[in-house]
Write a protein that binds this ligand. Sequence first.
Ligand SMILES: NC(=O)C1=CN([C@@H]2O[C@H](COP(=O)(O)OP(=O)(O)OC[C@H]3O[C@@H](n4cnc5c(N)ncnc54)[C@H](O)[C@@H]3O)[C@@H](O)[C@H]2O)C=CC1
Ligand SMILES: O=C(O)C1=N[C@H](C(=O)O)C[C@H](O)C1
Length: 233
Amino acid sequence: MKIALLGYGRMGKSIEAIAVNRSHNIVLKISDADSNYDFADADVAIDFSIPSVAVANIKKALDAGVPVISGTTGWLDHYDDVIDYCRAKEGTFLYASNFSLGVNLFFELNKKLSELMSGFSEYTTEIEEIHHTQKLDAPSGTAITLAEQIIEHTDYSNWTLDAPKATEIQIDAKRIEGIPGTHEVTYNSEVDAISIKHTAHSRQGFAMGAVIAAEWIKDKKGIFSMKDVLNID
Ligand SMILES: NC(=O)C1=CN([C@@H]2O[C@H](COP(=O)(O)OP(=O)(O)OC[C@H]3O[C@@H](n4cnc5c(N)ncnc54)[C@H](O)[C@@H]3O)[C@@H](O)[C@H]2O)C=CC1
Ligand SMILES: O=C(O)C1=N[C@H](C(=O)O)C[C@H](O)C1
């Protein structure tokens, strides 16, 4: 498979290593604001760039008729616009706030736990995420997905990075050198606490998930998620 890498930073390089090891070819690497590139004969584009350029890069891939997956976080205010654009182009797109198998299993656990806890008003819910100090966005895309899942299954209506109102889930975003990504959801009452936690030991899981998603999406049309790739109901 021929892969275009839109973003060649920490994730782009980890993805390249795994992709080459799985006998794929990297035919394009974009790592700065150069908009004068073309996709040559890429089978799929993988976007791990920065929030301010992700939408333009994704649309450029869709314009070229190249299926594109995006792991860039911090651009989701434009998600509906990208989905409309993809539909209009009859293209192929997959976004995941987190590509690792472990976090996608963790998402399922989070949904189940939030359903279970929804009837028990003595518990308040909070999310903690910890990432390396180079991360540009806060909270993490993964923390936002976790919060949205909880909101869907409970009386919470929003998330906040500030002091929470009764209807808000507080997200505590910490930045510590060298941490690839840690997420913990806690239900606190006066008498106890229940927590679920995912700790990434490296970027390997994210990168492997992205390559597997790219292999899966290559010949498909439409809009997909990691649940489709991993066949999770
Ligand atoms: N969904 C997931 O599983 C994961 C998502 N991420 C997200 O992926 C993104 C990238 O993360 P890292 O690789 O750690 O960041 P990074 O800062 O190491 O790499 C970003 C790259 O984008 C490049 N870039 C700048 N302008 C560009 C442009 N116009 N077109 C293309 N590339 C451009 C930068 O030069 C840099 O090489 C972040 O948004 C991060 O939150 C990170 C890990 C996992
Ligand atoms: O920026 C990162 O590094 C990561 N970003 C993603 C996010 O915002 O959730 C996924 C992972 O936690 C690493």
